[in-house]
Design a protein around this ligand. Structure first.
Ligand code: SF4
Length: 388
């Protein structure tokens, strides 16, 4: 079987070239042809010796993903659905803004974490993506966009691993993919502009900090364990105190001097004034007492029927944001993008063959979760759970 060169970071490609009896520097040329110029045909790599090109044709391929569909929003957002075989499809979303162009990529076909407010979580988990399948999303988007926008320069300036999947549950494949993104001979992205988003895989956060400290976003969504256990089930394994301490450790190596916390606003569940105060109290307990150690990104929820949850009204989101900013915490409200093509966070519509029995688990959690939320309700006397 031929090797897919999209599976290799530069070091792995150098080892591959050595196995072909070629000098390591050939790997740099090859890497640049593939990632910087988007070339997959070895015959077109004209500065490689003909003998090497012949060897590559026998031993290797540059295996892109097949596009199932592409949707372009009126605001310029583009969403691709890629076929990753065996009935699984994943998504990547391109989001152009005035000062940056971001690609949101997937790391798994489905997701095993099963967050209540996330449509991917409701689909269950099929498998981890390979390095090549993660990199192929960037490879395809970057080189498609250069042609589409008729620009002979780098288009994508930022990558966020916030698509389908929990990246840190696929660490072995995500790490080389990050290295390809950062490599000057690859996409040359700055560590500050590559963000891994995690729902709280504490040991892997520490590993990432040691191996490849890119920017970190944490899916928080609740300021207390009882509620977070229900919304983000990984919290039962790594509760808030463990998670926040891991964030503090990460901060020491992070390329930016803050960690971003994502907080999806769910009407009557986590958006009350009492919850806002609890969130301030939680974040103030960490970071050495300085509020600048974190930023909070409030995300308007995009409702989907199976969730049984509703989007918080904008006035509630703004009041919540005010409580945080009054406490000195930098807070943003995520703009919804690509609404007309369903490209918003938590709305990724890739389809996967679930291998985890997610529907049974979700139904069980909806029942126990309603109880958990009722006890939160008793504590705060403000919470109204949106019944299934
Ligand atoms: S929010 Fe992220 S971690 Fe949670 S289910 Fe969705 S993809 Fe998985």
């Amino acid at each position: 079987m031929r090797a897919n060169l999209l599976d290799y970071d530069l070091e792995a490609l150098a080892r591959f070239c050595e196995r072909l009896g070629e000098k390591r520097f050939r790997a740099v040329q090859l890497f640049r042809w593939i990632h910087q110029r988007g070339v997959s045909d070895f015959d077109a790599m004209t500065d490689l010796a003909k003998s090497l090109r012949e060897k590559l044709k026998v031993a290797a391929t540059v295996q892109a993903l097949t596009v199932i569909s592409q949707y372009e929003s009126t605001d310029g957002t583009i969403k691709w659905l890629f076929n990753v075989g065996a009935g699984d499809a994943i998504e990547a979303v391109y989001i152009p803004e005035a000062d940056r162009a971001t690609l949101c990529v997937s790391s798994q076909a489905g997701c095993a974490v099963g967050c209540r407010f996330c449509s991917t979580g409701h689909q269950g988990f099929s498998r981890n993506l390979t390095v090549g399948e993660i990199v192929a999303q960037l490879w395809y988007a970057e080189h498609f966009l250069r042609k589409h926008l008729a620009r002979d320069e780098r288009i994508i300036s930022n990558v966020v691993m916030m698509g389908m999947g929990e990246p840190l549950q696929n660490y072995a494949e995500v790490l080389p993919a990050l290295r390809v993104m950062l490599d000057d001979h690859g996409y040359g992205l700055s560590r500050r502009r590559v963000t891994v988003s995690t729902s709280g895989m504490v040991p892997s956060m520490d590993r990432l900090g040691r191996d490849c400290p890119v920017a970190l976003a944490v899916s928080l969504h609740a300021p207390q364990d009882l509620l977070r256990d229900d919304l983000v089930p990984l919290n039962k394994k790594y509760p808030l105190d463990d998670l926040m301490q891991a964030c503090e450790r990460y901060l020491a190596v992070a390329p930016r001097d803050f960690i971003t916390f994502e907080y999806c606003m769910l009407q009557g569940v986590n958006d009350t004034p009492a919850m806002a105060k609890e969130l301030v109290a939680l974040l103030s307990r960490y970071g050495g007492g300085r509020t600048s150690w974190c930023k909070v990104n409030l995300i308007p929820f995009n409702p989907f029927p199976a969730s049984g949850l509703l989007r918080s009204p904008m006035a509630v989101v703004q009041a919540f944001a005010r409580t945080l900013t009054d406490a000195g915490i930098v807070t943003t409200v995520r703009k919804t993008r690509g609404d007309d093509i369903d490209a918003a966070c938590g709305q990724l519509a890739g389809e996967v063959k679930d291998r985890t029995g997610v529907m049974v688990r979700m139904d069980r959690r909806k029942a126990t979760g309603a109880n958990a939320l009722r006890s939160v309700d008793q504590q705060s006397a403000e919470l109204v759970y949106v019944a299934q």
